[in-house]
Design a protein around this ligand. Sequence first.
Ligand SMILES: Nc1ncnc2c1ncn2[C@@H]1O[C@H](COP(=O)(O)OP(=O)(O)OP(=O)(O)O)[C@@H](O)[C@H]1O
Length: 225
Amino acid sequence: MASAPSARPVDAVVELSGVSVDVEGAPVLRDLDLTVRRGETLGVRGANGSGKSTLLSVVATLRPVRTGTGSVLGKSFGDSAIHDVRPRIALVGHAAALYQNLTLRENLRFLAHLTGRPDRAADDALDAVGLAGVADRTASRCSQGMLRRADLARVLLSEPELLLLDEVHSGLDAASVGLVAGLIDGVRRRGGASMVVSHDQQRLTAETDRVVEIVRGAAVPERCA
Ligand SMILES: Nc1ncnc2c1ncn2[C@@H]1O[C@H](COP(=O)(O)OP(=O)(O)OP(=O)(O)O)[C@@H](O)[C@H]1O
């Protein structure tokens, strides 16, 4: 007897079904369905306040859902071990996730130690994003662009299976934009997936396979590959 087809795509990195999320008691995401598969780069756009960052924080397992079901990297939201997937996810948000009173090198080496990598890997990541010359500068004394690059070095170092980029293009020079494209490509080649939130339609068109727009809390398909 032929086995019944699986209801869940086996290659789904992110799968959300009927997900509703409140922020501070107010509904933001409503009955949202979304699937992101291995090797895929999904663009996410939408008006200010529509819920794009909220969506990324849900996918990063940082915010609970009120109703609906979902899984990230094979772990369901209802599973008590859902947080185990966090080391496999990199979220690059509006502000760099760095300790302000440590140097860039100390920041990256700290992350390297946490993830069982040698100091050399941290130094190499800083080198790859063009920060070798300022590696010993305290984060609080770095420009916004340098901090953003250091955040990208953090992604290079951690080699995530799921990369979540929240408006990372703003304020980046051309070389840094190239770095972002390289990171997305690296994740794709490793069989992972990326979600890219941006207001820059050109960048979304250039760097993603398809785009959804967040409208009234739901994900509306906009462009397919
Ligand atoms: N800490 C908070 N307290 C209360 N409301 C919040 C908080 N963070 C976000 N919100 C609200 O949640 C909604 C969604 O915000 P979110 O940051 O996800 O939107 P966004 O689409 O990423 O916006 P933008 O394009 O402006 O970055 C907004 O109405 C916002 O006011």
